[in-house]
Design a protein around this ligand. Sequence first.
Ligand code: FAD
Length: 324
Amino acid sequence: MSIRELYDAKEGPTLSLEFFPPKTEAGKQNLLDRMQRMSALDPLFITVTWGAGGTTAEKTLELASLAQKNLNLPVCMHLTCTNMEKHIIDDALMKCKISGIRNILALRGDPPIGQDWSDLEAANSEFKHAVDLVRYIKTHHSGEFCVGVAAYPEGHCEGEAEGYEQDPLKDLPFLREKIDAGADFVITQLFYDVEKFLSFEVLFREQVSSEIPLIPGLMPINSFLLFNRAAKLSHASIPQSILQKFPPEIQSDDDTVKSIGIEVLIDIIERIYNSTSGRIKCFHFYTLNLEKAVAKIVANSPTLCNTLEEGEDENEEAATSEPE
Ligand code: FAD
């Protein structure tokens, strides 16, 4: 089913979940079991990531197809378009159609670690930006895919090494271009600064679209090290008010960090939901394939707890072990 149709039909708050394809067969089975349990959180949809340059193409397609077939949930497959032969894109779209996957998150992708765009021979010059993939899908597969795109509440980090500063205002015309090309919904980069997200939402409504679903991306805090690393990699700032909740003496105590992190995420969700009068109603979790923190956030968030199916408490025990 199309995410846009489901979103428009949904009256109350909801959530979505991102997973990435595990490397091993055992990891895949483990994750499928976990996804099955997490479907009790009643997500509107789930997404499966794609390794830039097609590095995980086979595993992404396999996981997305299995999830679409087994979970009775709409799957959105991420697809990057640069630094990759065009036939990989065509093949992926064809396989999605065969598997019943009707939602694609159209992305540009990044160069491999340690390289930048100037190091790479363009594998396919037709696709320079995500907008080219949105246009390609909407032109060559008209009516067959609901297409999402990425946005950056604090600005995209392109060209940082050359002194370019993150500024969401600079990206907005290009985000608008993706919507004009036919994108149906937007998922944001992870962030922890609610004020920055709320300012971005106002800009988005004024300069991009008053109607397109804007879905904030949230990453639960599973350890202090991972929290800092993810924020750094994503160029997301951590407000002082959040950092203060993690004094040095607790930073290596994962259980304590996790439970404070759950409160931090719940506060972010409540502030966004209560400040946006229903304009933001879906919250996207970068799960890192982990279950426990997301399950606890949903169970304890006044906004999201109503999404839980009856009997969900029984799953809590399963959710407290995290075999990877
Ligand atoms: P674009 O929209 O093309 O934007 C990239 C940069 O180019 C921006 O600075 C933008 O302002 C600029 N720009 C855009 N259009 C133009 C134009 N016409 N002219 C000039 N400048 C332009 N990466 C993966 O490899 N796999 C994934 O599964 C994945 N999932 C993601 C999911 C989400 C929700 C997000 C937010 C990111 C994800 N990424 C993923 C990372 C993403 O590929 C990178 O952030 C990448 O650097 C930008 O992708 P984009 O689609 O936003 O690119």
